[in-house]
Design a protein around this ligand. Structure first.
Ligand SMILES: Cc1cc2nc3c(=O)[nH]c(=O)nc-3n(C[C@H](O)[C@H](O)[C@H](O)COP(=O)(O)OP(=O)(O)OC[C@H]3O[C@@H](n4cnc5c(N)ncnc54)[C@H](O)[C@@H]3O)c2cc1C
Length: 516
């Protein structure tokens, strides 16, 4: 018998692909309409579950959000879309053409890297141009780039096949001899910066091919070499952009989910999960509504779900390591900066010291690396005519206990320092051109996205906290409570949370029987 929602309102019948309810009494409540929650809802609905998504905000996307002001549209979180095969797979697996929902364009160059001495390098997926670029920065580096890509392609396969793209909640699946051999053979356990230094002599190229661990909130000087798979994925697979902005992604997923028969309820803030006999029985909303469920899938950040919604911290909560955070500036500017590409990364002379500040000393570096996104370069509709919507990301520490940064003071200071730096960098007159602006700090990650330490990228991704060692995608005692998203397996990033969604949907289907 199908489990009806007891909300006092009649629930519309699901309008699934077959037009009938194939749930067989399996009603899943998904808490959160982030990319992970929406992708999992789509897959579960396709498998025949009855699915309701509860999202506290008025729009989908979570970290992949939208801020609109004065005719400017800003993506609030992710801006670099790579490994798009996982996005294609989601649509293909449920029998829908991605092209009907999203207009993806490939960028060229992928991004521009600016070095402290004023030189630049364009990272591109056109191999001949990429070889010329590295030769310009470091003569003789061309053949070594090819060897680097060959080596990191192996890391890509080891990482994806062995650790990322499969469920690893069984110790034997993760800590197997086969996996150990793969790791050792590919040099995946070495330090990333040392592995990269084996291929390139200049600091410039060393930084260019290792900074990508910052995407995971991890220092390139501490990250394991397995994350060399990221620069490989960028060059080999390319970088894409959905027209309309990155927020078009969650919009597209929400549309697909709704078409398949998923109910998405916005402004529904879950405040507690009810338990009985070792099972989650219902979710309570802030407005007092009680929603019963057969299965619950939490997309809200995992440490927060344990702490706040269950009131039972994760057993390893005291030992969790967190990723770094980000200070974000959204700037709507009059006029255009024609020389500014879609993506720009600015690397300071002393990247190591900046990373030590962020990851070890928990202070904001004097000269942090930063990243500027200018998406109206690719899609002018994101800003009023003749204007540009700039997004600036500065990696900063998450809040370490006892060493918290007061962002009411640090935020305005850093904002002014960055505006001055951006003007010196090559955006003259920036301050006079700003029409509208907003900042987002680690304090906002905490208050708006329930990030325990104000971190941007979920739990850290050191080798001691990935795969089997990362909090699993099902609760150990409440066997009908599952997790999807960046703080469970496999981790942070758009492709990773799409993988997380597929893996948890497979596991739920295995453990709780489905109609297909
Ligand atoms: C600044 C920034 C830049 C990034 N850049 C990139 C990039 O360029 N490329 C890339 O691939 N990745 C990037 N990432 C990472 C990527 O955005 C995330 O890994 C991914 O979006 C996380 O998705 P998620 O589904 O795990 O969670 P979230 O996006 O956090 O979604 C969780 C959802 O749960 C909701 N929620 C929480 N609590 C409750 C509750 N109690 N009741 C109801 N709803 C609740 C939230 O409102 C939210 O919508 C970036 C992240 C950040 C923060």
């Amino acid at each position: 018998m199908s489990t009806a929602l007891r909300t006092g309102r009649a629930s519309p019948p699901p309008s699934g692909a077959a037009g009938t309810d194939r749930s067989g009494g399996r009603h899943v409540l998904v808490i959160g309409a982030g990319l992970g929650g929406l992708a999992a809802a789509i897959r579960l609905r396709h498998r025949g579950y009855e699915v309701t998504v509860l999202e506290r905000h008025a729009v989908p996307g979570g970290r992949c959000g939208l801020w609109e002001s004065e005719g400017f549209r800003f993506d609030t979180g992710p801006t670099l879309l790579l490994m798009v095969e996982y996005l294609h797979a989601l649509f293909r697996d449920v029998g829908r053409p991605l092209e009907a929902y999203l207009d993806l364009v490939q960028l060229d160059p992928n991004y521009r890297v600016h070095y402290a001495d004023g030189r630049t390098l364009d990272v591109t997926s056109r191999l001949n141009a990429m070889l010329q670029e590295v030769e310009r920065v470091e003569p003789g580096a061309g053949p070594r780039l090819l060897r680097f890509l060959a080596a990191t392609s192996r890391l890509y396969r080891v990482g994806l096949d062995g650790f990322v793209d499969r469920n690893v909640h069984q110790r034997r699946d993760f800590l197997s001899l086969r996996n150990a051999a793969l790791l050792v053979r590919g040099g995946a356990m070495r330090r990333l910066d040392r592995m990269v230094a084996g291929f390139f002599r200049s600091d410039e190229l060393r930084h260019t091919f290792s900074f990508q661990s910052l995407y995971l909130g991890l220092s390139p000087f501490e990250a394991p070499a397995i994350y060399g798979l990221l620069p490989y994925a960028e060059v080999a697979g390319g970088l894409y952009f959905p027209l309309g902005g990155m927020h078009a992604l969650p919009r597209a997923l929400a549309r697909l989910a709704t078409e398949l028969g998923v109910r998405v309820r916005y402004r529904s803030d879950v405040v507690a999960l009810e338990r009985e006999n070792g099972r989650i029985t219902a979710a309570q909303l802030a407005d007092g509504t009680r929603l019963p469920a057969d299965l619950v899938l939490a997309n809200a950040d995992l440490p927060y779900v344990y702490q706040a919604l269950l009131g039972e911290p994760h057993p390893r909560a005291g030992r969790f390591a967190f990723s770094c955070s980000a200070f974000l500036m959204y700037l709507g500017v009059r006029g255009r900066y024609p020389g500014l590409p879609h993506h720009t990364l600015v690397v300071p002379a002393d990247l190591r010291s900046a990373c030590t500040d962020i990851f070890t000393r928990y202070r904001v570096p004097d000269l942090p690396p930063y990243y500027v996104c200018n998406p109206s370069k690719t899609d002018p509709s994101l800003a009023p005519a003749g204007c540009e919507n700039l997004y600036v990301l500065v990696p900063v520490p998450s809040q370490a206990p006892g060493r918290e940064i007061d962002w009411t003071i640090e935020g305005p200071r850093l904002e002014q320092a960055m505006l001055a730096r951006l003007e010196r960098f090559g955006l003259p007159g920036l301050r006079d051109r700003v029409v509208t602006s907003r900042t987002f700090t680690p304090a906002d990650f905490g208050s708006q996205l329930s990030a325990t330490r104000g971190e941007a990228f979920g739990l850290a991704h050191g080798l001691d906290q990935v795969g089997y060692l990362r909090p699993h995608n099902r609760h150990s005692r409440y066997r009908n409570l599952y997790f999807v998203g960046q703080s469970t397996h496999p981790g942070c990033g758009v492709p990773m949370v799409l993988i997380s969604a597929r893996l948890v949907a497979e596991r739920m289907a295995e453990e709780h029987g489905v109609t297909r």
